[in-house]
Design a protein around this ligand. Sequence first.
Ligand SMILES: *[C@@H]1O[C@H](CO)[C@@H](O)[C@H](O)[C@H]1NC(C)=O
Ligand SMILES: CC(=O)N[C@H]1CO[C@H](CO)[C@@H](O)[C@@H]1O
Length: 383
Amino acid sequence: MGSVSLKIGDGTARFKRATLCSSAVNILMLFSVIITNLFALYAFTYSPKQHITNPFHLPHKNISLISQHVSLIMKEIDSSQRKLAQMEKQLLGITEMVASVGHSCDKSVDLLSQYMSYKVSGPCPDDWSLAQKLILKGCEPLPRRRCFAKTVPKVGLTSLPVSLWKPVSEKILTWSGLGCKNFNCLNNKKSSKDCVSCFDLVNGYETQKYIKSRSKNDFLIDDVLAMGSGGIRIGFDIGGGSGTFAARMAEKNVTVITNTLNVDAPYGEFIAARGLFPLFLSLDHRFPFYDNVFDLVHATSGLDDGGKPQKLEFLMFDIDRILRAGGLFWLDNFPCADDEKKRTLTRLIERFGYKKLKWVIGDGGSGKPQVYLSAVLQKPVRI
Ligand SMILES: *[C@@H]1O[C@H](CO)[C@@H](O)[C@H](O)[C@H]1NC(C)=O
Ligand SMILES: CC(=O)N[C@H]1CO[C@H](CO)[C@@H](O)[C@@H]1O
């Protein structure tokens, strides 16, 4: 059995930094240990009878005084924590965005203990979908385990650039925990607008994406790269389906990391089989990249995770953080269900002061009343 342990950070580092006052603390600790022992000795060596007759009740009273103090302090801490949480809620409206330090694991203790029930050094249970369920409930990062994950023989992999468009064999993917067990099922499923037959690398629209447009909302990769005046080398794709954006970018010698979870399909393994970089991360998590590093961030409807405006705001700030000044944010066919949604989104984007290199609102070729926003925005230099 493994144990659930959610220690955050490296405790030793904190101790090292405190060397200056540590000797004083040590003396204090020693002193309190001695005092406590003396109290204990006193309590054990005097019989209750002696106690009653003894006019010196002082140590006992003092112990109760101390415990009273401790409980007062605990109460104080507790109430300030509650007050702080309340203030956060009132001031910032933080109710949707979960903290990315594993605190939310508390809310799914049953799932977590199921996840952590495994044999150390044995094979891991085939439970990636359980792990993903935990991640989707905000329990992220998951605790590490000491077991061997199930392996699938990856036969027939080819090298780049052939791998980008070579159909991936069903046999080298993990289908456990998924409703569909093959590509035929996936390609016939209307899962999301961003992945209509997206596993078909031979006949589907996937082969045309980003090089041929279906509507004015579809921008072409060559046009967008030209807007970056040659400085686009690394990018991050949010909600990138089967990795076709990264594949097309790879053909242009641009390295793109595709953010994905395996919701209803084996996206991660599929993208990797194409020789591309899948990042298994929910959008509740802060992007694991340093500030100002990406030349390009591409986002599709996947950015609207759950359709909560607050969450979108947090995501926009995080995208802004990882994008370098002069870098491009390509919002690709982002759905706006109604006018209100369109206005909110426009207001949100405009707050960041990006230069609108391209801004198209259309029906995305669907002919439906729902409109789509496609835009290429350039991050300004902020001083
Ligand atoms: C990508 O890099 C290779 C090798 O440096 C080069 O031959 C090729 O022309 C480049 N392709 C593009 C589209 O820049
Ligand atoms: C409440 C009480 O009995 N306090 C005593 C704690 O101990 C000190 C001396 O060690 C006394 O002065 C206090 O009266």
